[in-house]
Design a protein around this ligand. Structure first.
Ligand SMILES: NC(=O)c1ccc[n+]([C@@H]2O[C@H](COP(=O)([O-])OP(=O)(O)OC[C@H]3O[C@@H](n4cnc5c(N)ncnc54)[C@H](OP(=O)(O)O)[C@@H]3O)[C@@H](O)[C@H]2O)c1
Length: 162
């Protein structure tokens, strides 16, 4: 299984990359400054070749500037379309718990990003809470949450809306 970590050079992305590699999984680090798989979510540059052959995408990209939506919302749509073209089967998004209750600034952008993922073409098409609460479908575990059933992360998740 090959997993692309978008934003794999960032704070969360580095940790995710390290954890996945510890589990023996093939990981590609994608970001503007990634030496092997440079991509830009605001333009789509590099996405096609970088995603070719990937089974799962973890989106740990971020932008907290006033232009956040260009990366997180439009960038997510661009990323999901490229994933669909590449045949990626599972998209893991990272969000901020309760962002939909704070419809201003960065939190509004994060809520818009969640909706873009939920409505996107790649299953399960949803996002999750802060780092440590990424999304995924399938196996149930205690508390009504589930564990990702794709053999990649095994993270505890919230049930998908679809
Ligand atoms: N840090 C927190 O405390 C916290 C809390 C709650 C939720 N989160 C969520 O966790 C996720 C990751 O946050 P973080 O703090 O780890 O972010 P971060 O450290 O700022 O890292 C951002 C990553 O995104 C990449 N990136 C930025 N713009 C890009 C673009 N146009 N195209 C491609 N890649 C781009 C950066 O690499 P390049 O510069 O090389 O492109 C970098 O790898 C976000 O969804 C955030 O909302 C974080």
């Amino acid at each position: 299984m090959t997993i692309a970590v978008v934003g794999g050079t960032g704070t969360l992305g580095r940790l995710v990359t390290s954890e996945l590699r510890t589990r023996g999984l093939q990981v590609r680090v994608l970001s503007r400054s990634a030496p092997e798989h440079p991509i830009d979510l605001t333009t789509g540059d590099g996405l096609g070749p970088a995603l070719k052959g990937c089974d799962v995408v973890v989106d740990a990209s971020n932008n907290s500037s006033r232009r956040a939506a260009a990366t997180l919302v439009a960038g997510s749509r661009r990323l999901l379309e490229a994933e669909q073209t590449a045949g990626v089967g599972h998209h893991v998004g990272v969000s901020v718990v309760g962002c939909e209750q704070v419809p201003v600034g960065y939190y509004k952008v994060k809520a818009d990003q969640e909706r873009a993922v939920e409505r996107g073409p790649v299953p399960p098409g949803r996002t999750a809470g802060p780092p440590g609460r990424p999304a995924g479908p399938r196996k149930r575990s205690r508390g009504g949450s589930r564990r990702c059933g794709h053999g990649c992360c095994g993270w505890r998740t919230r049930p998908s809306a679809r």
